[in-house]
Design a protein around this ligand. Structure first.
Ligand SMILES: *Cc1c(COP(=O)(O)O)cnc(C)c1O
Ligand code: SF4
Length: 335
């Protein structure tokens, strides 16, 4: 028998779990007992941006309920096919900001590293749904150029591993990456933006924890949870391990119509995060990406909502309400 602590065994376990995902609309409909009348539109919308729902995530969705807040995040809908003025294919204008292969350096002091185009789930509101991320990601052949940029740009003190989802990379790849970042003297902090722990808590392998905590860089993990029902007992356990090792845990959410656009839902989310050792960081307004207009909560309504949450929750459980403006030198904070 292979012992559970063997890194190879663990790696293959999370990778297998990740591979177990619904990618065919018909299979998801059958499993969730959804109304077949929605199927043709779902098929059409999934041609533009493929369906991907990990089975563990699907298991948390209420059967037969088209309005389930977890389902709404992943179910392709007819509404995605409607073109809406003001919604385009690169709403945050990332394609103009590549500083070096795989690097977006728009803000002072920190740079975003596009480590991969792959994700464990396809969120329908994602601004990357049209973006050629696989072409844009860091790659082994040009990694020297990427490192050279970071080395000569001393102003950068924090590197954010983003994507896609950086934790879809193997532990080996991540270890190599984190090691080489650790060798750049002026870097102080490492941040990882990932939704994977929420989908597959086993992704936080002992090897990954070692790799993060043995680096001289101070580490933060920013997860992406939009609804309290995405928080599971295994997720809490796994995050606890990271927290005990001194990793700061933050969350970012997107404010989404029909998912978390009420005061009660957002308060429950903040409290659920805190009871899992995670602090709310950002509540993003939707990026205005083509095909996601039906998720939008208008800015004035968002600000109202935020005021009401502020009256209910302690300040430290209040995420900052922000918008991503092309050309701005930081997120634009609304509240
Ligand atoms: C969001 C973002 C960051 C991180 O911003 P923080 O305010 O530090 O969380 C960094 N770079 C880019 C390009 C971003 O879009
Ligand atoms: S996990 Fe993040 S990057 Fe991936 S599809 Fe969802 S929102 Fe987009």
């Amino acid at each position: 028998m292979i012992p559970r602590t063997d890194p190879a065994w663990q790696t293959s376990s999370w990778q297998l779990q990740l591979a177990r995902a619904f990618t065919r609309v018909e299979d998801l409909f059958d499993y969730l007992e959804l109304n077949q009348a929605l199927l043709p539109a779902a098929r059409a919308a999934a041609i533009q941006f493929g369906l991907r729902v990990p089975t563990a995530y699907a298991a948390r969705i209420e059967r037969g309920n088209p309005d389930d807040p977890l389902l709404r995040q992943v179910l392709p809908l007819a509404a995605e096919l409607i073109r809406t003025a003001g919604f385009n294919t690169d709403p945050v204008a990332d394609q103009n900001s590549a500083a070096a292969p795989g690097i977006l350096h728009k803000y002072g002091g920190r740079a975003l590293l596009i480590t991969t185009g792959a994700c464990g789930i396809h969120c329908r509101y994602c601004f990357r749904r049209h973006y050629p991320y696989s072409e844009f990601s860091i790659d082994r052949k040009r990694w020297n150029q990427t490192v050279a940029y970071l080395e000569r740009t001393e102003q950068i003190t924090e590197v954010i591993l983003s994507g896609g989802d950086p934790l879809t990379l193997s532990d080996d790849r991540l270890a190599t990456l984190v090691n080489s970042l650790g060798g750049i003297p002026h870097l102080k902090r490492l941040r990882i933006h990932s939704r994977l722990p929420v989908l597959v808590p086993d992704r936080i392998t002992d090897r990954l924890i070692d790799c993060i905590v043995s680096s001289r860089l101070q580490s933060t993990l920013v997860v992406h949870i939009n609804h309290v029902r995405e928080i599971s007992a295994p997720l809490k356990l796994t995050l606890n391990q990271l927290r005990r090792e001194g990793v700061t845990l933050l969350n970012q959410s997107v404010l989404l119509r029909g998912v978390n656009d009420s005061m009660e839902t957002l308060c429950e989310l903040s409290e659920g995060l805190f009871s899992s050792g995670i602090l709310p960081y950002y509540l993003h307004l939707l990026d205005r990406v083509q095909g996601a207009a039906h998720f939008e909560v208008p800015e004035a309504e968002a600000i109202q909502l935020h005021r009401r949450i502020r009256a209910r929750l302690p300040g430290y459980l209040l995420p900052r309400l922000v918008r991503d403006d092309p050309g701005a030198d930081s997120k634009v904070q609304l509240c």
